[in-house]
Design a protein around this ligand. Structure first.
Ligand code: HSE
Length: 300
């Protein structure tokens, strides 16, 4: 029986003003290896070795089971090996990567009955946020909007030479907890603040205009509320900005903070690391690049 291997990129969602609407894929990958077997066996390397479930509650396994069910396919069992490089519950799209890894691998094992768009719609049933999912599946920057029960998406590309400096605290924050602090309603002025910036940001990306990209990434809809959950966030953002970042955002639901720059990335990383440590937060800083290809499948 053949085995499949899927590489799924990390992603940073929202990109400032694009709350739930924008995501960017990053060159940091989780790998899912899957083959049919006589029973379920899950092994894990890297991030989450001590915490990830090894039974059928495992997210990769649940995604695969959902796909097999829809395809009417019944494998006797599955052997799944996970090589995880994306830190868990830090706002870097680890759940989306797990779900897409499970769906893409299972789809290949049963002969590719579903197209990519169908996999995206299926993934959305397991994880309610299409911004990370579309970015990780297609690569580049995804604009997403749910329309009539499906995810409409458009792919754009980040400015050439862009680096993403990610300050990843050691503590975790679930998306659910980070959404709980958001208010039920927001003032018009905050909505308009974000609408203008989001429009500028999309224009900046379409034109590859780095100067416009640097002014368009502020947010009034989620970051101010979430900063209450993320100690040291304003200081780390300011430090990155002072060190020459084009812009700095909370990555998805946090707690990772992402700075964007085309130059001085090492200096920005050093400054962000220092700022975390000055705030008494342990963590690491990764210098990443955008991924433009999205999830990749290899059948062996
Ligand atoms: N857009 C989501 C949020 C990211 O900020 O809550 C999680 O996928």
């Amino acid at each position: 029986m053949s085995a499949v291997r899927v590489m799924v990129p990390a992603s940073t969602a929202n990109l400032g003003p694009g709350f739930d609407c924008l995501g960017m894929a990053l060159k940091l990958y989780n790998i899912v290896e899957m083959q049919e077997a006589t029973k379920l066996e899950i092994t894990v390397e890297g991030e989450g070795t001590t915490s990830i479930a090894r039974d059928d509650s495992n997210l990769v396994c649940r995604a695969a089971a959902m796909l097999f069910e829809r395809a009417g396919y019944r494998p006797g069992g599955l052997q799944i090996h996970l090589i995880n490089n994306i830190p868990l519950a830090r706002g870097l799209g680890s759940s989306s990567a797990a779900i897409l890894g499970g769906l893409l691998a299972a789809n290949a094992l049963c002969g590719h009955p579903f197209a990519k768009q169908e996999l995206l719609d299926m993934a959305l049933k397991l994880e309610g946020h299409a911004d990370n999912l579309a970015a990780a599946l297609y690569g580049g920057i995804a604009i997403v909007a749910p329309v009539d029960g499906r995810v409409r998406h458009v792919k754009l590309y980040p400015p050439a030479g862009l680096k993403v400096i990610a300050a990843v605290p050691d503590y975790t924050l679930s998306t659910a907890a980070s959404r709980k602090v958001l208010p039920e309603t927001i003032p018009y002025r905050d909505a308009v603040y974000n609408l203008g910036r989001l429009a500028l940001l999309v224009a900046a990306l379409s034109r590859q205009d780095t100067e416009l990209f640097s002014v368009a990434m502020q947010d009034a809809l989620h970051q101010p509320y979430r900063s209450t959950l993320i100690p040291g966030m304003p200081a780390a953002m300011q430090a990155a900005q002072d060190a020459g970042a084009l812009s700095v955002t909370l990555s998805g639901a946090g707690p990772t903070i992402t700075a964007f720059a085309c130059t001085r990335e090492k200096e920005i990383a050093r400054t962000m690391q220092q700022s975390l440590s000055d705030s008494g937060i342990s963590g690491r800083v990764l210098i990443l690049e955008p991924d433009s290809e999205g999830a990749k499948l290899k059948e062996q």
